[in-house]
Design a protein. Structure first.
Length: 397
């Protein structure tokens, strides 16, 4: 079934628990790796990650190649996506980008010491879907060697994936005109504990910085254990509640607008061109679309609809040079940014990542403006695939 179909069922309120049980029964009866993999995805969606990843591991022992067929009698394009084992953030959710299209999608999971499946499925182009994480880094480095001289076009080349790391991106984009990106430093627990005890100043970790700061565990996403820390005492109280030994720390930037509301935007850069994906409006600095109350506020949805309708002549034009520079320096054919605007009009970048979730799953009766916009985004992605398959040079080199 795949991720996109299962997410769609979940958004529609289907009983995923019952579906998961049926998939597990099918897997037990027939030793079907596809049923195992789908059941693993259901368990991740339902919040049982440990069991899900164990089941995924069993599926991948049996089979590392899974196919999602194109609609119609014959595929217009055959896309091979290289994937890593792991949770839902381990890879670009490429299934959502080509769902219900004429693109045949072959998902091939790489593994240490055996990066590519054998035989490699016939394909028109290859997309490296692995996200930038500590767990994926050795796989990405191995793929850089495996894909040198690959006979088909390669999108999101492995050598550029490290550039989206929070600390790497903050250095890479620091001097881009029109961009504000807070410096981000990777630090260990011991260094933070020394600051919390008053044995070292915060500036020893982050030169020139003072509280408040933003603290998050390395490889965390979707706001998990993301905190604004206002003092050393608060840092000391927070650290025992977080299991990680490695953290990212960066200065807090107050990006609220004149009305006191915070606004965060998700923009996709596809072949260098920007596309609006969503915006969230909240009275809280930590905005995620699902916690911003967009479904509960007609005024917020109206503002998001205007943002999308006016994006090309508004946001994208205001930040055209900055967005183009970001796309060029990151060097990935497909990447997304979560961003805002500072009070003096700069593009404030929180995160650069190619593995952000883009979808068209929101209820049409509540968000009627989102379906047309997301179809535009997906069409741009598929058009890029077609151009590259026809022989265009990859932006990633």
């Amino acid at each position: 079934m795949g991720l996109a179909a299962l997410l769609r069922l979940n958004f529609a309120g289907a009983d995923l628990g019952a579906l998961g049980q049926r998939l597990l029964a099918d897997a037990a009866e027939s030793d079907d790796p596809a049923a195992m993999l789908d059941a693993s995805t259901v368990l991740q969606i339902k919040g049982s990650p440990d069991i899900a990843l164990a089941l995924q591991g069993e599926a991948l022992k049996l089979e590392r190649h899974y196919r999602l067929p194109a609609i119609g009698d014959a595929p217009r394009l055959r896309l091979l996506a290289l994937m890593a084992p792991g949770d839902l953030m381990a890879n670009v959710p490429v299934e959502c980008l080509v769902e219900d299209s004429e693109v045949q999608l072959d998902l091939c999971y790489v593994a240490p010491g055996a990066s590519l499946v054998d035989p490699v499925p016939e394909h028109d182009l290859l997309f490296v879907a692995l996200s930038e994480t500590d767990a994926n880094r050795p796989l990405v480095e191995a793929l850089g060697r495996d894909l040198a001289g690959w006979p088909r076009p390669v999108l999101n080349r492995p050598g550029n994936i490290a550039r989206v790391g929070r600390d790497a991106a903050s250095v890479l984009l620091a001097d881009v005109p029109g961009v504000a990106i807070p410096p981000t430093l990777r630090v260990n627990r011991a260094a933070l504990e020394a600051v919390a005890r008053g044995e070292a100043p915060l500036s020893a970790l982050l030169p020139g910085a003072d509280f408040p700061v933003i603290l998050r565990p390395v490889d965390s996403h979707a706001g998990h254990d993301l905190n604004r820390v206002d003092s050393g005492e608060a840092l000391g109280a927070l650290l025992p509640a977080i299991a990680s030994d490695a953290f990212f720390v960066s200065p807090y930037v107050d990006y609220r607008g004149a009305d006191g509301q915070f606004r965060k935007y998700r923009v996709a850069l596809i072949d260098g061109a920007p596309y609006a994906c969503h915006m969230g409006v909240s009275e809280h600095w930590m905005i995620h679309y699902l916690n911003a109350g967009m479904a509960d506020s007609a005024a917020k949805r109206a503002e998001e609809a205007r943002f999308m309708a006016e994006f090309d002549q508004g946001f994208a034009r205001r930040h055209a040079a900055a967005l183009a520079a970001v796309a060029e320096r990151i060097g990935l054919d497909y990447v997304c940014i979560d961003c805002a605007e500072t009070r003096d009009g700069e593009l404030l970048i929180f995160e650069v990542d190619h593995a952000m979730v883009l979808h068209a799953l929101d209820p049409v009766d509540v968000f009627p403006y989102k379906q047309p916009q997301m179809r535009k985004v997906f069409a741009a992605f598929r058009a890029m695939l077609a151009r590259r398959a026809a022989g265009g040079a990859a932006a990633g080199g």
